[in-house]
Each structure stands twice: as C-alpha cells, then as structure tokens.
Write a protein that binds this ligand. Structure first.
Ligand code: SF4
Length: 377
C-alpha cells in the first residue's frame, strides 16, 4: 500500500516529478484499488432548469441575467419532460443544475426532487451543486443544513461536485467572487456527507491558478474525506475559454500533458478516494481514452443532454456502445455503474454482458458515514 504524501512532498512531486514517474505511481495505485482492470461509466443526462444567474463567474458562458432575451426558467412539468427523455434513453442518473436564480426558493427545489423520485424511480436525482444549495438557502432565508435536510427528506441521496473550481481564496477572488463565500463549497459537502448524501469532488484548472492552489484544493478535499467521508470520486476538467470573460486574461492554457499530470497526481495524492474520473466528454475522446492510462478508473457519463460546456462551443457526443468501444480501445473492461458506483453491467464481450446482483451497499455506507460524522460543520 502506497504511503500518504504530505502537502509539501506533494507540491514538490507535482512541480518537479516527470510525467512518466507520476504515471507509473498512479497506475500502481489504481491497480491496487481496482484489480479487475475495469473502467466504469454511467448512463446519464445533464439538463438545466434555469440559466438565470447573477454570480457573473468570469469562466462561465452559460448564464444569463434575468432580463436577457434568452434567459429561461423551467417549471416542474418542463423539467420532468427532460427526465422522461432521460428515462426513455435508459439513464440511471440525471445531473440537474442551473444558475443562481434570485427568486427560486426551497419549495421549487424540493418539488423537483419529489416529482422525480415519484415519477422516475429508476433514475437517481443527482441534483444541484453547492452554489445552488448556497443560493437556495440565501433566497429562502434558512440554513444550508435546512436546505440539504429538506432535499434529503424529499428523497435526494447524492449531490454533484460542480462549482468548486479551485478552492483557494486567491483564485476565488479572481474568477468567481460573487458565487459563494470563502470555504462554502467544502462546508456544504461536509454537511451533506453528515446528513447521508454521497457527493463528488471536482476541480476546474487551467486558468489563473498556480501549483500551490492545486495542492490547497486537493489537500482540502482529502482532509474533508478523512473527517466526514462521502466523496465517491474526484473529477478534474480543464477550463474551456471560448465565449468567456476570463479568456483574455489567461495566458497559459493547459494542454493534454497538464491533464494527464493532474489525473496521475490526484490518484497519488487522494489516497482516501476510491475513484478518479477521466473525461472523454470534457477533454475529447482520444485524450479521454489516453487519460485512462494515468490512474483513472472511471470514464464519466454518456451525457445525453448538456448545455454548460456546449455554451463555450465544446461539443462531444457518445452513446453506450460508444462508451464501451472507447473503454475497450484503451485495453480495459467496460462496466456500467450507477451514481453510487454500484456495478450494473459488465460488458465482457459483444455477446456477453454480465449483470451482477446489485450490491445494495448504499444504506450500509450511510450508517458508516453517520457514525463517523461527529464534527459540526
Ligand atoms: S458558473 Fe454557475 S454560478 Fe457562475 S455564472 Fe455560471 S451559472 Fe452562475
């Protein structure tokens, strides 16, 4: 078992280690954690309920102010049409997210969850990122914990990890000072873990951050996972610059090697994370497949619908067969999972699909998480 490395050692390794060294160490850890040579994916969709937002994040091309001609906010029935579309396509997860709408209060969000759970029981509502939870609490004049508990009571069991960007006050001040307050993203995830949610941790790099900011980000989520476990996976992606306000002030765009370095390094550093996700969607199919050789064991989702990357002109598409073919082309065994990383199907060959008894370990995990969740956030 590889030894945990400190933040100082990590910074040195991240800055000075060769990509080959990082790759070799990451693959060794990946194989220890995942001996089956399996790469998982989820059949999912990422629709949006509103693009109205006043946070003005400089890297975002998706949002509109409320008065804009192309601003939209969907009612519950309209959102359910997206879930029906997802259900018809065989999705098991819908990641629903939106801008930080100044008028939508808690009832709007809990209605979405309740309706989704009642009408589409085969789909896990993986709804609302931390900034949306933060905004809902502000608009509804209640606490973060109240919002999360209400969503949990409505039937929600997982949260997506978007909105983290880089957890460093220096970076936050430069790219998204109006979105949340300092430390809010990690506090929301810790509170969610205490209540019993599983969540993901993300990182958007390749803009104004320095290596020190990346280490601070990884150290923050590693500590949180030690304190109150609940992260299922870490998912990094690169900043997409087109049509964003930040594009003119960013000089050093991150290339493919930077992506491989971050994936491999995160696999080494995040020793308490089970899964690291490489993205065919966010980085392109060829890069995505190559990235599986840098310590990742998950390939993200099929993403039936998506509008946030699309707003920057970055468009990629794949279906289940496409995912299976991409994973096989890298030399791995494709397996479909659900949001909680339970394996649903293993694609052994074109003619043989193995369906294991679904391990209902989510309940047991939640008991373990609640036992360990002693700290007040
Ligand atoms: S990233 Fe989210 S919070 Fe920021 S402007 Fe875009 S929609 Fe709003």
């Amino acid at each position: 078992m590889a030894q945990r490395i400190s933040q100082e050692e990590g910074l040195r390794l991240f800055k000075e280690g060769s990509l080959e060294e990082l790759k070799a160490r990451a693959v060794e850890i990946r194989n220890e954690k995942n001996p089956a040579n399996r790469v998982t994916f989820v059949v999912d969709s990422n629709p949006n309920y509103t693009n109205v937002c006043n946070a003005d994040c400089k890297f975002c091309a998706f949002y509109r102010h409320k008065s804009a001609k192309d601003a939209y906010t969907k009612n519950c029935e309209e959102v359910m049409e997206h879930l029906q579309y997802a259900k018809d396509a065989g999705c098991t997860t819908v990641l629903l997210q939106g801008g930080l709408h100044p008028d939508l209060s808690l009832d709007y969000y809990t209605d979405l969850v309740r309706n989704a759970k009642a009408r589409f029981p085969e789909i896990n509502p993986h709804f609302f990122t931390a900034p949306e939870i933060y905004n809902c609490a502000k608009v509804s004049e209640c606490s973060i914990r109240d919002v999360l508990q209400a969503l949990y009571d409505a039937g929600q069991r997982s949260l997506p990890g978007g909105g983290a960007e880089i957890i460093s006050e220096r970076v936050r001040q430069q790219v998204s000072p109006k979105k949340m307050t300092q430390g809010a993203w990690i506090d929301i995830h810790k509170t969610a873990h205490q209540i019993g949610f599983r969540t993901t941790a993300t990182m958007m790099y390749g803009h104004v951050e320095e290596p020190e900011d990346i280490l601070e980000h990884l150290e923050t989520i590693r500590q949180a996972q030690d304190e109150i476990p609940g992260f299922t996976a870490f998912i990094p992606w690169s900043y997409k610059r087109d049509r964003t306000a930040l594009r003119r002030s960013v000089k050093n765009w991150a290339g493919v090697d930077a992506y491989f370095r971050i994936l491999a390094f995160s696999r080494i550093y995040l020793d308490n994370f089970d899964h690291i996700q490489a993205s065919w969607f966010g980085e392109g199919k060829e890069t995505g497949v190559s990235a599986l050789g840098y310590g990742a064991d998950d390939f993200g989702g099929t993403i039936l619908e998506e509008n946030v990357h699309r707003a920057t002109g970055f468009i990629n598409k794949a279906n289940v067969k496409g995912m299976v073919d991409m994973i096989r082309s890298g030399g791995y065994l494709p397996a479909e999972r659900n949001t909680f990383y339970d394996i649903l199907r293993v694609y052994k060959s074109d003619d043989e699909v193995f369906v294991p008894e679904l391990q209902k370990n989510q309940e047991a995990d939640q008991v373990r998480i609640l036992d360990m969740a002693t700290a007040e956030v």
